[in-house]
Design a protein around this ligand. Structure first.
Ligand SMILES: [Zn+2]
Length: 157
């Protein structure tokens, strides 16, 4: 259930629409991610619709549980992401609808298939969370599991 991060766009009126998604470890499991063992993440998405133009803002907040690189114990990493991007449909580029709309390369743009009736944010959210994590995942100094550290020392001897 937690893996559904879809927004129905068919028949959606103009204006601001808000959605909340709650993600747990199962969300990352579905992506066959064996790095993230658990998660508690809230995604607040706001879709601004103005005719064919759509702008999506996402606030991704919470924690993911990974393995500490040093003591191999569980490590909770905070996740805090704030992203806004334009949603475009693939066959709109050759119509006059958005002909005078500048598409900046710096701006995040998500292009969707015209035929899809909804926006699936799962892959996007997954990518945002994964790329936000530090490369070196360790507890703060002194916060590693002392028992594990002792065992590791013995193994390395
Ligand atoms: Zn540690």
């Amino acid at each position: 259930m937690s893996n559904i991060c879809k927004i129905e766009t068919k028949g959606l009126g103009n204006g601001s629409h808000k959605y909340t998604f709650i993600l747990d470890g199962g969300f990352f499991e579905a992506f066959e991610n064996d790095m993230i063992s658990d998660a508690g993440i809230t995604v607040e998405a706001t879709l601004e619709k103005n005719g064919p133009a759509m702008r999506l803002s996402m606030l991704i907040n919470g924690t993911v549980t990974v393995m500490c690189d040093r003591c191999l114990d569980n490590l909770d990493l905070p996740v805090k992401i704030d992203e806004t991007f334009d949603v475009l449909f693939s066959d709109l580029s050759d119509t006059s609808d958005i002909a005078d709309q500048e598409i900046s390369e710096e701006k995040d743009v998500v292009v969707l298939d015209r035929t899809s009736a909804d926006i699936d944010l799962s892959q996007l959210i997954y990518d945002y969370v994964c790329t936000s994590l530090p490369i070196r995942k360790v507890h703060h100094d002194g916060e590693c599991n002392p028992e594990m550290m002792e065992k590791m020392k013995n193994i390395l001897k």
